[in-house]
Design a protein around this ligand. Structure first.
Ligand SMILES: Nc1nc2c(c(=O)[nH]1)N[C@H]1C(S)=C(S)[C@@H](COP(=O)(O)O)O[C@H]1N2
Ligand SMILES: [Mo]
Length: 349
């Protein structure tokens, strides 16, 4: 293989690295996370609950009010399932959870016909709800074990909610009361702008965004190195094969522009809808500045192509800024994802 082709292939392999990292992160979701490495997140302090004093009350729009203590709750017939707990902000972990199917408790309680929501109240004054229909799904558990051990204190001892199709903020920890209500209850994070249905999937917002971004990098990189080939007389990119020409540069720059705008809009809309604010992450702010410089770069690039050299300096400078910011934003996103994904314990807020 000649030197210039080898250089081209090396550049492409380098540009593929972030995409492989995202695939690795994404597929690591099936791996069980040990309890001591599982991420930890709550609005305040971890409440200390004495097993012998803990009581679970089931009340509200039901025929039979129920009260359990730890012993008679854990004596009910239990079920285990493997489920991924994913926070909307990125961190996630997968565990085998054991507990009492919520549906069994609801059946014992005999729900009134006007019931709408099931509200879970926690010892730290946190609360959240599921609709009665969601709460009746087979895969919803009131878990008291995590990977075969009693639920650790920081993960909700003695009992937490497991709701695999919802984001982490629905997985209420330290449950002390379950109340059935006849209205649409607004939980802790929903009051602060997050969506009430909180549905997640294996391709939920964050991971889709990560794929979009890492694919965009490949186009951006091709656009950048092909541009670099013409601008600097003495750099290694001058050795790139002949087909890496002006036309190649234009095509990949336009695809880069389109993809980064799509992924920015995607992220903007999903955070806007979920939370009511685009600018909640540094990642988002960097992307916005990047989009602005990229737009200037594309316009000045087109202008310089039409008017010969005029506009070239602006094009070069804004491209440098845009590509640099793009890489920063991507690295920033990946660092957050790896911190969350590989579960360095964290406690926000
Ligand atoms: N009682 C209570 N439950 C809670 C929270 C909380 O602050 N208080 N935080 C929620 C959020 S936002 C997430 S992401 C998960 C995190 O669970 P973990 O600490 O077991 O990983 O718990 C959820 N359950
Ligand atoms: Mo969360």
């Amino acid at each position: 293989m000649n030197e210039s082709n080898a250089l081209f292939i090396k550049s492409i392999l380098l540009l593929l690295v972030p995409l492989f990292l995202v695939i690795l992160l994404h597929s690591s979701r099936v791996i069980i996370t040990p309890n001591d490495q599982f991420f930890e997140l709550q609005k305040g302090e971890v409440p200390q609950i004495d097993k012998n004093e803990w009581i679970l009350n089931i009340t509200g729009d039901i025929k039979n009010d129920l009260v359990f203590d730890y012993e008679n709750f854990t004596e009910l017939s239990s079920k285990s399932l493997v489920a991924t707990l994913e926070c909307v902000e990125g961190p996630y972990g997968t565990a085998k959870w054991t507990g009492i199917p919520l549906i069994d408790i609801l059946e014992m309680a005999e729900i009134d016909s006007d019931a709408v929501d099931v509200v879970f109240w926690a010892a730290d004054n946190y609360s959240d709800s599921l609709t009665l229909q969601e709460a009746s799904a087979e895969n919803i558990l009131l878990a008291y074990e995590m990977n075969g051990e009693p639920l650790p204190e920081e993960h909700g001892f003695p009992v937490r909610l497991i709701t695999p199709d919802h984001y982490g903020y629905k997985w209420v920890k330290w449950i002390v009361k379950i109340e059935i209500v006849d209205y649409d209850y607004i939980g802790f994070w929903e009051e602060r702008g997050w969506s009430d249905d909180a549905m997640r999937s294996n391709f939920s917002d964050w991971i889709t965004h990560a794929y979009l971004f890492t694919i965009t990098l490949i186009f951006g990189g091709l656009s950048y190195i092909s541009g670099y080939k013409f601008f600097h007389r003495d750099n290694i990119f001058r050795k790139l094969p002949n087909f890496v020409n002006q036309r190649f540069h234009t095509i990949f720059s336009v695809i880069f522009g389109i993809f980064s705008i799509i992924s920015f809009i995607y992220w903007g809309i999903s955070t806007l809808l979920l939370r009511g604010a685009i600018f909640y992450s540094l990642h988002g702010i960097i992307s916005l500045i990047m989009i602005i410089s990229l737009s200037i770069s594309l316009i000045s690039g087109a202008y310089s192509a039409l008017k010969k050299r005029k506009g070239r300096t602006i094009h070069k400078k804004t491209s440098d800024v845009a590509f640099f910011l793009f890489v920063c934003s991507l690295l920033f996103g990946l660092i957050i994802a790896f911190i969350g994904g590989f579960r360095l314990n964290q406690s926000f807020l």
